[in-house]
Design a protein around this ligand. Structure first.
Ligand SMILES: NC(=O)c1ccc[n+]([C@@H]2O[C@H](COP(=O)([O-])OP(=O)(O)OC[C@H]3O[C@@H](n4cnc5c(N)ncnc54)[C@H](O)[C@@H]3O)[C@@H](O)[C@H]2O)c1
Length: 238
């Protein structure tokens, strides 16, 4: 496949390494010093682009790529207030878009465990629920996109939780997400149910960025020759 990388930082470079190992070609690399190269002519040479820049640039990069007819895989977090707009635009142009707050295969299995645990815990109101996410100090957004995905699933399954907050909370209807920034953590997420009798915890700890990068390349391989809006659930057939 001919892959374009938008964002050539920590993730972009790791994705390039994995893409080359899997026999792909990287035909376009965009970063802040060559933004003008993100144009329809260059995008038309790609089979898919993989966008990992950050909260402030993701929306524009994704829209520009969809406009040019590129298949887009996006991993930037912290911009999801515009997610529905992108999905609507993608459908209107019969485009291809895949977003994941976390591309790691292990985390996507962890998402399924989180959902099942929330279903089991829903009737047990004596358990307080909390979420903790730990990342490196350069991470710009908090809470992490992965923590938000976990929280949204818990809120969907547990009626007494109505909203998440990014601080300690003693409000019954609030689900607290605690964000810690410690180097060099690539990403740890913990969901804890706690009562006076016992605690139940599930934890996912990423050991390196390679898991995210491999997932992003698998996603690009998946969208190759497909139209529509997809997630890692489709890629991993979960
Ligand atoms: N979904 C996932 O699995 C996953 C995993 C890890 C990181 N992330 C997210 O991916 C994003 C990037 O993470 P990172 O660790 O690679 O960060 P990074 O800071 O190392 O890299 C980001 C790169 O994007 C470039 N950039 C900034 N604005 C740009 C623009 N307008 N156009 C092109 N390039 C631009 C920066 O110069 C930098 O090189 C963050 O939002 C992070 O939270 C997601």
């Amino acid at each position: 496949m001919k892959i374009g990388l938008i964002g050539y930082g920590k993730m972009g470079k790791t994705i390039e390494e994995i893409a080359l190992q899997r026999g792909h070609e990287v035909v376009l690399k965009i970063d802040v010093d060559n933004i003008a190269d993100l144009n329809a002519s260059n995008l038309s040479k790609t089979d898919a682009v993989i966008e990992f820049t950050g909260p402030h640039s993701a929306y524009n990069n994704v829209m520009k790529s969809l406009e040019a007819g590129a298949r887009v895989v996006c991993g930037s977090t912290g911009w999801l207030e515009k997610f529905d707009e992108v999905k609507k635009y993608c459908s209107s142009v019969n485009g291809t878009f895949l977003y994941a707050s976390n591309f790691s295969v292990g985390v996507n299995i962890f998402f399924e465990l989180n959902k099942r645990l929330a279903e089991l815990m829903a009737p047990h109101e004596d358990y307080e629920i909390s979420l903790t996410e730990i990342h490196h100090t350069q991470k710009r957004d908090a809470p992490s996109g992965t923590a938000i995905t976990l929280a949204e699933k818990i809120i969907e399954k547990i009626p007494r939780k109505k909203t998440w907050v990014n601080h300690l909370s003693d409000q019954e209807n609030e689900l607290e997400i605690i964000s810690e920034r410690i180097d060099p953590a690539p990403g740890t997420h913990k969901v804890k149910y706690s009562s006076v009798i016992d605690d139940i915890e599930i934890v996912h700890t990423a050991h390196s960025r390679k898991g995210f990068a491999l997932g992003a390349v698998l996603a690009a391989e998946f969208v190759h020759n497909k139209k529509g809006i997809f997630s890692m659930k489709d890629v991993l057939d979960l």
